[in-house]
Design a protein around this ligand. Structure first.
Ligand code: ZN
Length: 261
């Protein structure tokens, strides 16, 4: 599933290809995507210039010179394919943004779960989003206030996009491991000291250095992550064995040996 770094990269690629250019057409090909992009919305985007491309949480916002915004979400496995409009259509192209200069931006998604819609000027279809995981103002005080009334464990609470925008299943697990925090502890009980450690851990796991696949592969085999998807394998910090549990319908990987905070 595309997580924050992948969505950020996708938004940059899109910006590079489309910024300042005029939209020739926007169309949803797959019926599931057509439900969210009406013919009137497609028409509203036609002939408009792309002024800004922005990531907010895992949403990509394409701001048009009309004040309207195309809002894209990749969900489980969407991505952009960018090339000339004359090239053969990608087999899993679900929506197309064609530019007046002959560039075709295809939203490809094998499972067709992605979405594209158009928000009219002044309107927003985005859910309530918390501070960005990459926002320097994300700190222990903010997290403490955001988690104070949560009645769930810290892992599902951190997955809630109204707490932190852009943090998904992989990086929440990795950050909790880095901060040595138990994913099952109640979110509301996390102390400022623990949350300070957690904020540092979130920054670390999202940093390009930590994410470089080679970091662990040199000495520890092919695993890219410290705990994610490593059920039954040895912890890299203690003698523990990584466990998988299910919280709020999602897999949580953690080390019961050292994640005791
Ligand atoms: Zn451990």
């Amino acid at each position: 599933m595309p997580e924050l770094p992948e969505v950020e990269r996708a938004a940059r690629r899109l910006g590079k290809a489309a910024l300042g250019k005029t939209i020739a057409s926007v169309k949803a090909i797959h019926p599931a995507l057509r439900r969210k992009l009406s013919p009137a919305q497609s028409r509203a985007a036609r002939g408009k210039r792309i002024d800004r491309v922005e990531r907010r949480g895992k949403h990509q916002l394409i701001h048009l010179d009309s004040g309207d915004t195309l809002v894209v979400h990749f969900r489980m496995n969407g991505d952009w394919e960018i090339g000339p409009a004359s090239a053969p259509l990608e087999p899993f192209a679900r929506a197309l943004i064609e530019l007046a200069d002959g560039t075709r931006i295809s939203l490809v998604d094998r499972r067709a779960l992605s979405s594209i819609t158009l928000d009219k000027k002044g309107a927003s279809s985005l859910p309530k989003l918390g501070r960005e995981a990459s926002d320097p103002s994300l700190d222990a005080d903010y997290l403490s206030a955001a988690l104070e009334r949560k009645k769930v464990a810290i892992k599902p609470a951190l997955m809630d996009q109204s707490v932190i925008a852009g943090l998904g299943n992989i990086y929440v697990a990795e950050a909790l491991w880095e901060a040595e925090l138990d994913p099952r502890r109640p979110a509301a009980k996390a102390t400022k000291v623990k949350l300070t450690r957690l904020v540092e851990a979130i920054r670390l796991v999202l940093s390009p250095k930590r994410r470089r696949p080679g970091r662990y592969t040199e000495t520890r085999g092919v695993d890219r992550f410290a705990v994610y998807d490593r059920e039954g394998k040895a912890c890299r910090r203690c003698d523990g064995i990584i466990e998988r549990i299910v919280q709020a319908g999602r897999s949580t990987y953690f080390c019961p040996g050292c994640q005791r905070g």
